[in-house]
Design a protein around this ligand. Structure first.
Ligand SMILES: *Cc1c(COP(=O)(O)O)cnc(C)c1O
Length: 354
């Protein structure tokens, strides 16, 4: 067993914090003073090291670069009004990380390394948590195979790391979405439910095609009929139809089980809506739109929290929304933010104190 006390910690001599402007900071571009690194070899995890954020050398034969055993997570830390640091639902990310690891034939990371790693790093780099609205410290745990050998088989060696990036809002403008009918993100039996690096590379072509047509993102549909909605880009998606909030169910393994998705379902129930996790067809969405029942559409995820969708395009049918009159998405976002920034009581035990 590896305990936090066993971590080897080397602190920076000079913090870069004072040279970094934490206001209106772009997503994922700046990194804090420290990072965590631990290697897996001979069937066990070695001593985790926390050290200054730095580049490292790798062999051209590094297995991850060739066959893609690489997974990641995204978690956020916030500061409350008296400056205490909290992380939002990290245990859920820990469980999902190991589910991704299992799917990619990678070793599970022990809870002590994941959780205490986050705690120890944030303790050191707490000053990097921005305090402006919609800003936070993004935590990026990841793992990749490190065998130096070209051969298609699970690697024997792996590296797990955690890096931290202070961030502002991810997508700040409401999105125009293209309903994708040619390319697919996930299929039953595939890796859609895992946060596997290759999923994101595989999605870039379709996204680029949608951008050429003037859209911000695609709404993925099922691989067989291109009829049932899955996710919006790299976010889970919610449709408010009448008094119901509908989001695709996780049954087929084609949906990434978002922590934000789960939290938003709780907030929607609190707001008095009936939450349904089920398959939802584009036909049902269009019918609801024609009947004037489709009230709001939005994406959810750690990076963006909630992204409003102002336009949805399916074949030659365009659905446009007047987001200025929306009530549900803004209330959910506000309720979540109140909890995350420590402005209201956390009734669900979501905030993990550092
Ligand atoms: C990370 C991710 C999400 C959102 O998950 P959260 O836990 O809410 O951040 C949704 N869809 C995909 C494909 C993702 O990678």
């Amino acid at each position: 067993m590896i305990a936090a006390a066993d971590f080897k910690i080397t602190k920076v001599e000079h913090s870069r914090l004072n040279d970094t402007n934490l206001e209106n900071i772009p997503f994922g571009k700046y990194f804090t003073d420290h990072m965590l690194e631990v290697d897996y070899e001979n069937g066990e995890w070695k001593t985790p090291e926390i050290k200054p954020y730095q580049s490292f050398m790798m062999a051209p034969s590094l297995a991850a670069l060739h066959y893609g055993q690489a997974i990641f997570e995204g978690v956020k830390a916030y500061k409350n009004p008296i400056g205490e640091a909290f992380v939002f639902r990290p245990h859920d990310n820990f469980r999902r990380f190991n589910a991704s690891a299992e799917r990619m034939q990678m070793p599970p990371i022990p809870e002590e390394i994941f959780m205490e790693g986050i705690r120890a790093l944030i303790n050191l780099d707490k000053g990097w948590i921005p305090s402006q609205e919609d800003h936070s410290l993004y935590i990026r745990p990841f793992m990749f195979s490190t065998d130096e050998m070209i051969g298609v088989k699970p690697s024997e060696k792996y590296k797990f790391m955690i890096i931290l990036s202070p961030t502002g809002p991810y997508y700040n403008t409401p999105m125009r979405i293209y309903v994708e009918e040619e390319f697919v993100r996930a299929v039953p039996g595939g890796v859609g439910y895992a946060k596997a690096a290759g999923n994101y590379g595989a999605a870039m072509f379709a996204t680029a095609e949608a951008k050429k047509k003037g859209y911000d993102q695609v709404l993925w549909t099922d691989a067989f009929e291109h009829k049932y909605v899955q996710e919006c880009g790299t976010m889970n998606v919610f449709f408010i139809i009448g008094n119901k909030a509908i989001t695709p169910d996780l049954g087929a393994g084609t949906i990434l089980a978002g922590v934000t998705r789960d939290s938003v379902m709780t907030m929607l129930t609190e707001l008095g809506l009936t939450v349904e996790e089920r398959s939802l067809s584009i036909d049902e969405i269009i019918e609801a739109h024609k009947a004037g029942q489709l009230r709001e559409v939005f994406g959810t995820g750690t990076a963006a929290t909630i992204s409003l969708i102002k336009e949805l395009r399916y074949k030659d049918y365009t659905m446009e929304f007047d987001i200025n009159h929306w009530e549900v998405a803004p209330s959910v976002k506000n309720k979540l933010n109140m909890i995350r920034y420590g402005l209201t009581k956390d009734n669900y035990g979501w905030m993990f104190k550092i």
